[in-house]
Write a protein that binds this ligand. Structure first.
Ligand SMILES: Cc1ncc(C[n+]2csc(CCOP(=O)(O)OP(=O)(O)O)c2C)c(N)n1
Ligand code: SF4
Length: 264
């Protein structure tokens, strides 16, 4: 499945583990049934290394591109690779709306907490105090929690993996791809060049036992400001009709006058 392309990721980059896990998944689900998309950034290069039909979006556009591909051919497995800068800064509205629609796609967030390809600027998930080329005196903003954003937007499969545990990652991606509806996997992906979080994550990560009954509490258990242990695994899973299923049968129509009368 490899393409004969020179790999330009830094040695030790957390992206290698994502590539390895995804390759195993695609080998099982079949590359002929799969299309991948990516945004612009170090994460996006993954599609140069996999011999699968693929499409580079503009920066911040891999999720909406994946949505379009899935509408065009609902039989495909469609996987979007995105960075924290890509889908939580640049293209955050596309992410939120794909979740809201429950588009039947899988989004893999390469969470390295900086704009890495453009050599270290702070993103929406960089911690407070993060010194970067766009925050030389330290980032004064609080980071957002991507899992909380996806949960609040109505996400139906929400998980977190870590580049330091490729087998678990493979399992989470496989579960995400099999899920009917929008699946979101945040991957803690250390960027050894600009933000090497390997030791921190190795020390603090632990595996969830089953799917938590109170997902939001678990999702909010850890962030960079509070410290504490970092849960990995599936946080939330629910069955809900996907966007493509609704499209194919047509949704109910609401007469607004009737609707308001019934509400009164
Ligand atoms: C519309 C637009 N804005 C900015 C850029 C410049 N740019 C290219 S890659 C990149 C950083 C990507 O960061 P992220 O999405 O976090 O991915 P990473 O490199 O960390 O994997 C930026 C800002 C661009 N190509 N297009
Ligand atoms: S800059 Fe960071 S994210 Fe990009 S290849 Fe190097 S280690 Fe990986």
């Amino acid at each position: 499945m490899d393409l004969n392309t020179k790999n330009t990721w830094c040695p030790g980059c957390g992206n290698f583990a994502i590539e390895k896990a995804v390759k195993k998944v695609i080998e099982k689900i079949g590359e002929e049934n799969t299309v991948i998309t990516a945004g612009i950034g170090c994460h996006g290069k993954i599609i140069d290394y996999l011999n699968v039909s693929s499409f580079y979006g503009l920066h911040g556009r891999p999720v909406i591109t994946a949505t379009g591909i899935k509408i065009g051919n609902p039989d495909l497995n469609v996987i979007a690779f995105t960075g924290d800068g890509d889908s939580l800064n640049e293209g955050v509205s596309h992410l939120v709306h794909a979740v809201k629609r429950n588009s039947d796609i899988t989004v893999i967030l390469h969470e390295n907490r900086n704009f890495a390809l453009t050599v270290k600027q702070f993103t929406a998930t960089s911690p407070r105090g993060f010194i970067s080329n766009s925050s030389p005196s330290g980032n004064i903003e609080d980071p957002i929690n991507p899992l909380a954003l996806v949960y609040a937007s109505g996400g139906t499969f929400i998980a977190r993996g870590f580049s330091g545990n490729v087998y678990q990652l493979q399992d989470l991606i496989m579960q995400g791809v099999k899920h009917k509806g929008f699946s979101f996997i945040e991957v803690l992906q250390p960027c050894v060049a600009w933000f090497d979080t390997y030791d921190d994550y190795r020390e603090k990560t632990y595996n969830l036992e089953g799917v938590p009954k109170d997902p939001l509490r678990k999702i909010n258990e850890w962030n960079y400001e509070n410290g504490g242990k970092i849960p990995l695994g599936v946080f939330h899973k629910e069955e809900k009709e996907s966007f493509e299923e609704k499209m194919s049968r047509g949704d109910k129509k609401i007469n607004t006058k009737e609707f308001l009368k019934n509400k009164a």
